[in-house]
Design a binder for this molecule. Sequence first.
Ligand code: VG1
Ligand code: CO
Length: 657
Amino acid sequence: FNVSRVETTPFGDQKPGTSGLRKKVKVFKQPNYLQNFVQSTFNALTPQNVRGATLVVSGDGRYFSKDAIQAKADYSMLCCSQPAQVIFPYSLKGLGTLIIFISVTLTILCEDTSTSCWKNLLSLSFNSMASVIITKMAAGNGLRRVWVGQNGLLSTPAVSAVIRERVGVDVSNRLVFGSKATGAFILTASHNPGGPNEDFGIKYNMENGGPAPEGITDKIYENTKTIKEYLTADLPDVHPSSLPSYVDITTIGVTSFSGSEGQFDVEVFDSASDYIKLMKSIFDFESIRKLLSSPKFTFCYDALHGVAGAYAKRIFVEELGAQESSLLNCVPKEDFGGGHPDPNLTYAKELVARMGLGKSNSEVEPPEFGAAADGDADRNMVLGKRFFVTPSDSVAIIAANAVEAIPYFSAGLKGVARSMPTSAALDVVAKNLNLKFFEVPTGWKFFGNLMDAGLCSVCGEESFGTGSDHIREKDGIWAVLAWLSILAYKNRENLGGGKLVTVEDIVRNHWATYGRHYYTRYDYENVDAGAAKELMACLVKLQSSLTEVNEIVSGIQSDVSKVVHADEFEYKDPVDGSISKHQGIRYLFEDGSRLVFRLSGTGSEGATIRLYIEQYEKDPSKTGRDSQDALAPLVAVALGLSKMQEFTGRSAPTVIT
Ligand code: VG1
Ligand code: CO
């Protein structure tokens, strides 16, 4: 292959947010938009992480990344009455592909035609496009190889795992153990909806498997502002219906290309096997299998049509013996079935209803345990029968039980960490168990340094993110396996006879021991960006006078305690000394209650204001209240202090978790 330099001009809006660059698909479809970001990333890395390097490229399969299975199905559904392979028998496959190729090309030429068949064909060509672009640019920039999960699918935690270690194969198909990659482009906008009118995203992860730290993302952004050219190789298109020299991403194997400067390989590998191997080295699958196969225990998992579906059947059904009927929405779809792939009480409607938490209480007895994942499977929501576990409690409970219930932690925890807005439930566990404890800004990238330095084993965020130092991303399926391990451990003697210890029992016992942190988060999505900025500016200004703050607070609600400290959270990384400022506005109360205000860094339109509300209750006789009731006075204070309705025009949040 040959490498060419292509001239380009900068875009002004390529600043990575909390977790990479997320924009509407139509923004990403602008010529050179993706190329500029990818080249700016390569330019931000050290040369040894580019030249000769191994790069993982995959994602949650959302629209504009690639979903070859979908692509094949759509081709056949739309334009043929039978599947493409039947119409084009193997010997004629090349010809068939050529016909499809020509029709796709024609479609691109007639972009504005409105027949749905043409439109859909057009969308298919875009599905593969992001990976095609990145793969060619990788070859153009002198990388040695690209690893692609089969069909372009890898969950974010699986990407992190395979960067750190995978069993690869060499060109002669020999197994190579302990291979590592130098980094990854993850194609996902995570919990944001997908589809032609929704979001696409891309982020770069480093060789430790974790998201690029701020030093790198700042550099990427600087590069995007001055970029003049990008490098690309003239590889034949990576197309799902394979012409002889094309890489077929539906099929496992290595394709090699030779260029003027050497060889370049694209290796397609099984999306789940390395990840499953890792999970088996962490958990006692046998004890979880016993739990899942006990008639006393019922289970349900909702992938919300995200990439978790590519793992759920293999792990929960094939490895652990759950029934297939316990899987909901486990077929990955490029538009997540039109839903919002965010595992919370608002968006995971089907699961919530099944678990007996919905409004219409059906006759059917809900399962004992339910869980959901987001689009890229790094988030988790854990539910018991008619019972919601807040993510802040979840990480605290996992930390409190890890050593006994999870073999990976049997030697003890190195330390624990949470993001700033996450409740202090974990702090209490750390104190009681005498563990190192860290409070970091929002976003998983801050946990990585602690883990690399051996300071942290378990960490979590209030935003349905939980994980450990087995990788450098939060891990949705890991969190479910952690909970199943705890349940298996607590019920190790009850599965034959005796009453099952339920999710709710575990949480209530935890509150009885450690006290309860009542917690809620209000999200005001897609509000006017200017108004959101003003609201935040007013809250910062107000912090200069606590007397004034307390006058306002007691005017709104006389029975809440006093604000004793107010600031903007700032973090100094204990490992590399880097400082991150403006990480959220905090109001801290005398009784330990907290109000936190932040602007989201993952949205793609307008602004999202997040309001986090927390109150600690130590008295065991008072830990059983409904959390919205218990927090009502503090909510009133938060809304009044911030003049939420006045600034945003919203009388209620979009989502409450
Ligand atoms: C949100 C969450 C944050 C999480 C981030 C990425 O960020 O609050 O805790 O780490 O999403 O998660 P923000 O800036 O919108 O509040 V994911 O699953 O979208 O990668
Ligand atoms: Co996610």
